[in-house]
Design a protein around this ligand. Structure first.
Ligand code: SAM
Ligand code: SF4
Length: 327
């Protein structure tokens, strides 16, 4: 099998699959309050089409798939897609990133269908701030979703927290205490805010977050990573909580990027910053064979950018809108 390489020698083993651009939240750093011009239903890849494309990716050495969105749990019957993807030879890591608002009702069903891991986005433990940051989300429902996921055997759960200067950065210690109180069930990751088009918020660089935490706790570098992600992990000595810092701006991981992003309408984003790639959906619906799809994917990956150009204090913002891309 010929690995899926780009012109800079990077091998791709991980595909993030966005199943919808819609979401039941409107997080302040992700989406405008009024929402977006949503993709039409006929534009979305069907579950059958997603499974076929994932099969082609798997034949080129992709082993990990993460379902994302928008909010993946707003798309109907997601467990059917999970079951289909779980049967594809070579896919041994089938994960999902979710806001968990609807997770309590379906965590067990998703685990039974073959989901192996989840990441949950949670930026505040204060119900009012949570509702303000998500523009309407209920913290209690998300916490119930976390409990259901643990009961379904989906822990350790990675909690993704986007830290915004002056908005939720004072909650660092509360988050560490809350998730550290349930040993083994959570990994807490702090993500630098990435500017899409207009810069609406101020990122807190990972190094500064680490310094703020080090002033209160002892942080030891973790020896092994979990999953396929770019986080740099540490363990808090006082409570054993594993934490990670995802630093796309202050310390980007482009040189070792192993990921591709299949958008809900079939566009393959080879780089998070590149909005200009064509749609695999059109090639697939045009009657392409698997080997023609494989060639189309290889050609796109060959054209992958070396790096994005967003910086912590400027540079070029990412193109498009995060909720369409899937994080
Ligand atoms: N709705 C799901 C969720 O929120 O987990 C999945 C999609 S969401 C786009 C995926 C991830 O992207 C979330 O962890 C979210 O916090 C993160 N995200 C969204 N906009 C971001 C931004 N501007 N900068 C950094 N991370 C962002
Ligand atoms: Fe929705 Fe996730 Fe974006 Fe929040 S971060 S608006 S939950 S897609």
């Amino acid at each position: 099998m010929e690995p899926l390489r780009d012109s800079f020698g990077r091998t791709h083993t991980y595909v993030r699959v966005s199943v919808t651009d819609r979401c039941n939240f409107r997080c302040v750093y992700c989406m405008p309050e009024e929402g977006l011009d949503w993709m039409q239903r006929s534009d979305l890849l069907s579950y059958e089409e997603i499974a076929r494309l994932v099969g082609v990716f798997a034949s080129m050495g992709v082993t990990g798939v993460r379902l994302t969105g928008g909010e993946p749990l707003v798309r109907k019957d997601l467990e059917c897609l999970v079951a289909e993807l779980g049967q594809i030879p070579g896919i041994d890591d089938l994960a999902m990133t979710t806001n968990a608002h609807r997770l309590a009702a379906c965590a067990q069903e998703l685990a039974d269908a073959g989901l192996t891991r989840i990441n949950v986005s949670l930026d505040s433990l204060d119900p009012e701030r949570f509702s303000a940051m998500t523009r309407g989300g209920r913290l209690d429902k998300v916490l119930a979703g976390l409990d259901a996921a643990i009961a379904a055997g989906l822990s350790p759960i990675k909690i993704n927290c986007v830290v915004l200067e002056g908005e939720n950065d004072e909650e660092l210690y509360d988050l560490v205490e809350f998730f550290g109180a349930r040993p083994g069930h959570f990994v807490l990751r702090f993500i630098e805010y990435m500017p899409f088009q207009a810069r609406w918020h101020t990122s807190v660089p990972s190094a500064e977050l680490r310094a703020r935490l080090s002033a209160v706790y002892s942080l030891n570098l973790a020896t092994e990573g979990i999953g396929q992600g770019p986080a740099r992990d540490w363990v808090i000595k006082e409570n054993g909580l594993r934490i990670g810092f995802i630093s796309p701006l202050s310390n980007n991981f482009c040189s070792s990027c192993n990921r591709l992003r299949l958008m809900a309408n079939g566009h393959l984003r080879t780089c998070l910053s590149d909005d200009g790639t064509p749609s695999l959906r059109d090639i697939l619906r045009g009657g392409a064979s698997d080997s023609e799809l494989e060639q189309a994917i290889r050609d796109l990956v060959m054209g992958k950018r070396k790096s994005h150009e967003a910086l912590i204090d400027g540079g070029t913002p990412f193109e498009g809108v995060m909720t369409r891309v899937g994080g």
